[in-house]
Design a binder for this molecule. Sequence first.
Ligand code: PMP
Length: 419
Amino acid sequence: MNANQTALKSRSASAFDVERIRADFPILQLKIDGKPLVYLDNAASSQMPQPVIDRLVRYQTTQHANIHRAVHTLSETATCEYEAARRKLQHFINAREEREVIFASGTTDAINLVMHGYGRKFIKAGDEIILTTLEHHSNIVPWQMLAEETGAKIRVVPINDAGELLIDEYEKLFNARTRFVGVAHVSNALGSINPVKHMIAFAHAHGVPVLVDGAQAAPHMPVDVQDLDCDFYAFSGHKLCGPTGIGILYGRAALLEKMQPFKGGGDMILSVTFEKTTYNTIPYKFEAGTPPIAAAIGLGAAIDYLSAIGMDTIAAHELELLNYATEQMNHMPGVRIIGTARNKASVISFAVDGVHPHDIGTLLNQEGIAVRTGHHCAQPVMQRFCVPATSRASFAFYNSMAEVDALIVGIHTVQKVFA
Ligand code: PMP
């Protein structure tokens, strides 16, 4: 270890007690084939700390009933807790009003809500939707479905060899037919942090609303939707130490009011006759049927947990992990990092000469190290870099410098096996 690395390690240890944090996560004690688990697949899904697990158990054992529909005590308690979770999310992203937070099943569901609720109402034949090369499939496919249905066109912002959006090209794509922009805050495949605040301001100067896919940003940095001035912001609970099956769509109230519902059913109505249905107010207009009540309350507990640590603290620790891992990998012959943007968060995609990514994943797993291999649901990124797949290590705040070391040793082992 060089002096720089030693300094990094001790600085991080003094600023952030990762071992104390790790003790909150029972799953991190697991052994895989006798080796300590090194969990570096956080971009796919993060792990859950004991306070969130405990909150789910407390809800199920003492508070569960259906919400919004009864006057009995349990239903009122569950309703209060569900709405309290909404307020926690409102504060987490600094939304102006709690009715701007809609519970969805995740980022994918939230983006589909915008496509159906906004896109199908306001985007017509010949209109243009701007997306970027860096999008996850869930911010591509819904818009393609809309384009197919309406005759709208999709325009794509290119990237450079570092995996950064070409902002000049983005600006050139705007014309009188531009109706919508969808952009990832952070790329799940490369980790690039996109300059979304600037992109939003530019789109607004042309009267165009912007949806930000925050699935890979919300878990790793403070998010302020008022400061970004975005129109929509989506993320998933399971990447944020919360349960699966829950996420949110933030939407600017004035836009949500104008949108049509995505799903029809109970709870999203004020009155129903066979002649006419009057829809409920926002956010309920977009929450048809019994929502994932327990998951929403669990997500609220995850927000409490993360907020107690502080998103700034989390971002700083993860940047140290990223810088430390990047520096080590840059010194490994035969290892190439894919995605070298100046502004990156928590993700390292890499290739090892002569070894297929799936073999890397399999051999690392034998060392107890969980990384993801594949196209990461971002095939246009793979096409841009002319690779079928990458291996991806993605960090969370509970990862340690020692785990980065384990990854590096693991990659050396892979290279030896294939030498
Ligand atoms: N967008 C991005 C950038 C993602 O990383 C992911 C998850 N990999 C999604 C969207 C989809 O999230 P979910 O599967 O939770 O709906």
